[in-house]
Design a protein around this ligand. Structure first.
Ligand SMILES: [Cu+2]
Length: 118
């Protein structure tokens, strides 16, 4: 009986730990890369760390129509497409450059990305 109790408590602790760690499973945090995968329906990674002046490439890997549209930055948007790539050379000014998919970027749909230039 004691063994079962112990196993139960251990399982509970593991479950609590697992839940605590899965706060935002879709965004593991900034990832150092200049390659972003355009998937159904998420940018992977959502947040990329890139050096100033680097060229970033998005590659369409899903089935749905997606695009890359800059939130406020004056940079080239991509066409809305199901495959292909899009390349943008980033400014040299450090900062956060947000973008979204016009098809799936409404609040709650979550197809947003950020390039952190630093
Ligand atoms: Cu999309």
């Amino acid at each position: 009986m004691t063994h079962f109790k112990f196993a139960g408590i251990t399982l509970l602790v593991l479950l609590v730990a697992a839940v605590a760690c899965s706060d935002s499973p879709s965004d593991p945090g900034p990832i150092e890369t200049n390659e972003v995968s355009v998937q159904d329906n998420v940018f992977n990674p959502m947040t990329s760390l890139v050096a100033p002046g680097e060229t970033v490439e998005w590659t369409w890997e899903g089935q749905n129509l997606h695009d890359v549209t800059w939130d406020t930055a004056d940079l080239p948007d991509s066409p809305t497409q199901t495959n292909g790539t899009h390349q943008v050379t980033l400014p040299t000014e450090p900062g956060e450059y947000g973008y979204h998919c016009q098809v799936h970027g409404a609040p709650g749909q979550g197809m947003h990305g950020i390039l952190v230039v630093e």
